[in-house]
Structure formats: C-alpha cells, structure tokens
Design a protein around this ligand. Structure first.
Ligand code: MG
Length: 159
C-alpha cells in the first residue's frame, strides 16, 4: 500500500542573520519569526509526512504553546514524524519540496539541503527533490516579507 501527503508552511522574516532551510543554516539579511527554528521546508515536510500517515498536523504534535519547542531544531520534528510512521509500518519513498522566496537563493545550498533531508527521512539523496521559485514580486513573498514552502511525500507500507 502507498499513500501520499502534502504540507505547506509560511514564516515571516524578522530580526536575525540567518534562516534554517531543510536543516541547513543559510546566512541571510533577516531571520524568521518562529517559536521553533522556523524551518519552513522542514515544517511543510513534517505536515506532509503526518498527512500521508493520517496523523494530523505539526501543531497537534509539537504545539507552539509548548516551551519544549522554543528555538527547537525542526530536524527533531522530522525525526519524530519518521519514528511515528515507522512504528505504524510506513517508510518514505520520496519527497518533493518547493521553496517560495525572493531570497535567499538556495542554488548553492541545494545539495546540502538534499543530503540533510534525505538523512532525516532515511532515504537516498535522489529520493529527495528540492525546487525553488520566486513569486514574480507578487504577494508577501514577492515583497520579501517572508517565505513559504510546499512539500509532497509518498510513503509505503513495509510491515
Ligand atoms: Mg512553521
């Protein structure tokens, strides 16, 4: 049996000098406003994983009202979600991620992000794809007020 899941996340830019994207720290003129480390790619991915397994969403499992998750690395959310899937007999087949942002540009970081996400998902790097687009200067992303991410994942039952 296979199942598909999708996820979406947004964070506004705020004070700071870097953003976390796919578990990789990228120097930037701004940071993001977030309770955790504000990694939009991993938050969208986490929702896609939970969605595929019928396990709700990131807010149910890691509420931003919980001090445990203050400044927390989002890689921990992915590790927890993968464990939950594993306990239920699921493993990830592939993930396809899209970053929507005017900046930072991620070309130079693409392979690092892919490698990091693949390790978190316990899949080969070629099972993780990362795409990026601007929004042609339209909307909040276009005004460089924040960034957004979409994720799709396929999971398969292995036990
Ligand atoms: Mg988020």
């Amino acid at each position: 049996m296979i199942r598909v899941g999708s996820g979406f996340d947004i964070h506004a830019f705020g004070p700071g000098d870097h953003v976390m994207l796919g578990g990789v720290r990228i120097a930037h003129a701004a940071g993001v406003r977030a309770h955790s480390d504000g990694d939009v790619l991993l938050h969208a991915l986490c929702d896609a994983l939970l969605g595929a397994a019928g396990l709700g969403d990131i807010g149910q499992h890691f509420p931003d009202s919980d001090p445990r998750w203050r400044g927390a690395p989002s890689s921990g959310f992915i590790e927890a979600a993968v464990s939950m899937l594993r306990e239920r007999g699921w493993q990830v087949v592939n993930a396809d991620l899209t970053l929507l942002a005017e900046a930072p540009r991620i070309g130079a970081h693409r392979e690092a992000i892919r490698t990091c996400v693949a390790a978190l998902l316990q899949v080969a790097p070629d099972a993780v794809n990362l795409k990026a687009t601007t929004t042609e200067r339209l909307g909040f992303v276009g005004r460089d007020e924040g960034l957004a991410a979409q994720a799709s994942v396929l999971i398969e039952r292995v036990s």
